[in-house]
Design a binder for this molecule. Structure first.
Ligand code: SF4
Length: 311
């Protein structure tokens, strides 16, 4: 096994193919609404992190039923994950958040995946998630935006949080038996391979359950877009991306599920994305290189549990 694919995890857990259905809430983000800042992360576009959803005006149940009807017919699908994707989906009053979770409990939804920031998760939200999980027998995973473990890069990205908030959110998620998925951008031009390796080590040490890796895409009308058009930042090459992601996987615990190796970008507003190569071709190149060079997830996962203790 080259790496622990999400599709394999889903098959093992739910015994059949499971489809992720995006749900759009009328959410915002404290890094955009003025609480922490108004400009957001330097790469963030108008829709937050997601761009493929139905309108947030539709109730959650209706969004899910519409999409489930369509995907069910098209793929003969039987099980689904409701994925709250845009902005910070725990940045609501607690009771409202609880209502949204409850609305997502529709037939054939086996799990709720909730994207958010590490500093928007407190025990109240975890308690609400745990209640829904236990009452309805669904799995719940929080997808936490981290992007990098380099504190200085987090500042440059204007994330408005550091590494400590991420570690804290994962530790507390575990106490409530809520799953975690870390979102990482492996090819940040401000980071180097040492940051990538440290990222894999920290995610393994804190025991996240899943990782979703994105390659950097640069949108128009963002601070990052302006830095790019003025020649102040240069994206890393595709070869460098491939090497970084393979090295990341080598250092990552083999138990961590890889939701995605590379993301897709919205086409219209993009200044740079994916080296003009389809994401699936890049995945093929990664897998071919791993096979050719006998490299796999966890190959260098040998650094925890007091590795230099005297025998
Ligand atoms: S935390 Fe997410 S939604 Fe908020 S500004 Fe950053 S990328 Fe955008």
């Amino acid at each position: 096994m080259l790496y622990f694919k999400f599709s394999d995890y889903l098959m093992k857990t739910y015994k059949e193919k499971v489809y992720k259905i995006p749900v759009n809430l009328p959410a915002t983000c404290p890094n955009r609404d003025g609480l922490l800042g108004s400009c957001g992360c330097i790469f963030c576009g108008e829709e937050g992190a997601g761009f493929e959803n139905l309108s947030a005006v539709l109730p959650v149940k209706e969004q899910l039923e519409k999409n489930i009807g369509y995907i069910g017919r098209k793929y003969n699908a039987k099980k689904y994950i409701a994925y709250f994707q845009n902005y910070s989906n725990t940045y609501f009053p607690l009771e409202k958040f609880r209502e949204y979770l409850q609305e997502a409990i529709v037939p054939d939804v086996v799990a709720l995946y909730i994207s958010t920031r590490p500093d928007c998760l407190n025990n109240g939200y975890f308690e609400a998630m745990k209640d829904i999980k236990e009452k309805h027998g669904v799995d719940i995973v929080v997808e936490i935006g981290l992007q990098t473990v380099n504190y200085h890069t987090l500042k440059t990205l204007n994330r408005g949080h550091g590494l400590a908030e991420f570690i804290d959110s994962v530790i507390r998620a575990k106490k409530y038996d809520i799953g975690t998925c870390a979102h990482m951008i492996i090819d940040l031009p401000m980071d180097n391979m040492e940051d990538v390796v440290e990222g894999a080590k920290i995610l393994s040490a804190v025991g996240v359950n899943q990782v979703k890796s994105h390659s950097l895409y640069i949108l128009k009308d963002t601070k990052l877009g302006s830095l790019y058009t003025r020649g102040i930042i240069q994206p890393v090459t595709m070869d460098e991306y491939i090497e970084r992601i393979i090295t990341f996987l080598e250092y990552l615990s083999p138990e961590i599920v890889i939701q995605r190796l590379i993301g897709r970008a919205p086409e219209e507003r993009t200044l740079f994305s994916g080296w003009n190569t389809s994401w699936w071709k890049i995945v093929d190149m990664i897998e071919e290189k791993m096979t050719r060079e006998n490299r796999y997830q966890g190959k260098r996962f040998n650094y925890l549990n007091g590795v230099t203790c005297l025998k």
